[in-house]
Design a protein around this ligand. Sequence first.
Ligand SMILES: Cc1ncc(C[n+]2csc(CCOP(=O)(O)OP(=O)(O)O)c2C)c(N)n1
Ligand SMILES: [Mg+2]
Length: 326
Amino acid sequence: MRKMTFARDPNDWMEQAARCSDRLFLRTPEGRNFSYADLREHSGRIASVLLRRGVQSGDRVAVQVDKSAEAVFLYVACLRMGAVFVPINVANTPNEVEYFLRDSQPRAAIVRPQDRMLIESLARNAKVAWVETLAADGTGSLPLLASEADPIHPMRVYGELAGVLDDDAVVIGDGGDFVSYAGKYIEPGRPGGWLDPGPYGCLGTGLGYAIAARLARPSDQVVLLLGDGAAGFSLMDADTLVRHGLPVVMVCGNNGIWGLEKHPMQAIYGYDVVADYLWGRPTEILIDSLTKEDLEVRTLRTRLVQAGEMAGSAITLPGSALIAAR
Ligand SMILES: Cc1ncc(C[n+]2csc(CCOP(=O)(O)OP(=O)(O)O)c2C)c(N)n1
Ligand SMILES: [Mg+2]
């Protein structure tokens, strides 16, 4: 009889299995098929989100979700990185869930979207900082942080940023929908680490804040997250950054619309006015008229290139204009 060999390290097992990449790993009742190569890819993507949010080998990840292929990928992701998967039965009461969270002290809790509000307050009591969602159909905030969608989903931008921001980074948001996601997903490491246009949401403050932040914190990362509409209010101040030698990284959510105006108009009235740009992509046009040799501009729609490349003054993201004043 042929002797079977078993890989002890989940990563070895994954590599072995993915060699027969077409081999079926899982078929769901709805007829979705996943090969071993899919398993490697999906679990790897989830593992990279967990890593970027600081989950390390030995950390616990509490999971209270319905059965799904994605829940299996999450489980395998934990195995691959040596994290401890703490399954919590969906039938557990809130008191029981709070007990499990307090007892296991997980780095992250992954829950059903409908339970998020409830669990977030339990998680706060249990000092669990990070809660994401995963639904039975595979949707939710956890998969979006690793989304492969093209054009890029804003959540992916923030999923990538989370891994490269220092604790003392100053992150500035100026924009509509693009920045709403940032507000939710970027956790300032210390007071003063997050600046936005405040309760009245007056767009156009971002460049001024960036100038001030760079002067006040000369050696910290300063990152400006701009909607393309917001960029239209004050992008000319990139020229000020350049003239005064103030390096700042700007990531522009370049969707060609005033999204936060357009979508509510569509929802309430069934039509929208003014919210679309009349020509092309104005962010690039505006940048063209600035002192371009001192600005590094990259527009990448299809590919993620070295998202972690933030050491100098540049981070590169797809579907977003990246502007770095040098
Ligand atoms: C000074 C000012 N004018 C108008 C508005 C109304 N307003 C809110 S969001 C928004 C559009 C934002 O578009 P963009 O920055 O492209 O972000 P998106 O929603 O497309 O991600 C506008 C015009 C505002 N908040 N402040
Ligand atoms: Mg926009």
